[in-house]
Design a protein around this ligand. Structure first.
Ligand SMILES: [Zn+2]
Length: 310
């Protein structure tokens, strides 16, 4: 069993837990809250999307994970984007039980290489106790690395899988909203646990379409990009606090606002506080508020308190 409360230092605990534990005593909460403020410790964060199986992390993964802990990250979800990546994510997660969980899925870029046999293997992996979502799955008509009809087919099969096993979906959509939305809508009623539109980069109408379907919205360092993330800065306040999740999508999407600029262009989970800072600034909320609500959201959506170590 993964007990997140054990991972969050006592002085930070009660604010996060209070979202879940209605029986928690108010007095104790207030005490812990003021204590946490005094100590000025970093608020607990969850990176809901880190590609830690990426080859760029092979040589120093333990250091990367330690650095993540150092900035207050209490849990991370390692993204599965192919059968191989999901298997690799599983290996890594087994070395860090409780701290890492994973998603199991086929990215739309990989759709053309995905056979029914591969999908069956993803289906088996997705049932493991530390797999908290099906995905990354969806449609990417920006790069079109796989033919669109094939992307749609593989997407629908993974939505079906999520419905069958009762886990949320971890969704990717780029330049494909008009096809993506009706497909998602079709499955939404059977998707008991909903899901997250990860690395949301779309326009306001797309945002509202996903919110109407009660989906969570994942915000990455894209929002820190003055060239292409300006619209996100203006719109992030429209995301209800109880629907917003934070992610790095490491090693991609290094936040461009980081100062001093890191020597390497590799993004890492330890830079999640920069996304937090930007979201807090753009929404007029404190970093602590955004951290606590997004952490509570991740725990709720992915049922992290009940996920197992393998
Ligand atoms: Zn993605």
């Amino acid at each position: 069993m993964l007990v997140l409360s054990a991972l969050i230092p006592v002085n930070q605990r009660s604010e996060t837990e209070s979202q879940f534990d209605a029986g928690h005593e108010k007095q104790a909460q207030r005490f812990a809250m003021s204590e946490a403020m005094t100590l000025n410790s970093p608020p607990p964060l969850i990176d809901i999307g880190a590609n830690l199986g990426h080859e760029s992390f092979v040589h120093d993964l333990d250091v990367v994970i330690q650095h993540a802990r150092d900035v207050g990250i209490v849990h991370m979800i390692v993204t599965g984007t192919s059968l191989h990546a999901t298997q690799r994510a599983q290996e890594i997660a087994e070395q860090h039980p409780g701290f890492l969980s994973i998603t199991a899925g086929i990215h739309p870029h990989e759709a053309s290489t995905c056979s029914q046999e591969v999908l069956a293997q993803i289906g088996a992996l997705a049932r493991c106790g530390n797999v908290v979502a099906v995905g990354e799955t969806g449609l990417d008509f920006n790069r079109d690395f796989s033919p669109r009809p094939m992307q749609e087919e593989i997407f629908q099969q993974q939505l079906q899988l999520a419905c069958e096993i009762g886990k949320p979906v971890f969704l990717h959509q780029r330049d494909a909203h008009s096809r993506f939305l009706p497909i998602l809508k079709n499955f939404r009623d059977q998707l008991a646990r909903g899901g997250v539109v990860h690395c949301f980069t779309g326009e306001r109408d797309e945002l509202y379409d996903y919110l109407d379907l009660d989906m969570y919205i994942g915000i990455t360092g894209w929002i820190c990009d003055e060239r292409r993330g300006q619209h996100l800065l203006e719109m992030v306040a429209d995301i209800p606090p109880e629907r917003l999740l934070l992610e790095t999508d490491a090693p991609y999407l290094l936040p461009r606002t980081l100062r001093p600029r890191p020597k390497s262009r590799r993004n890492e989970p330890r830079f999640l506080p920069e996304v937090l800072r930007t979201v807090a600034m753009a929404t007029g909320r404190t970093e602590r508020e955004v951290a606590l609500s997004s952490t509570a959201n991740a725990q709720r959506l992915f049922d992290l308190d009940n996920c197992q170590s393998s």
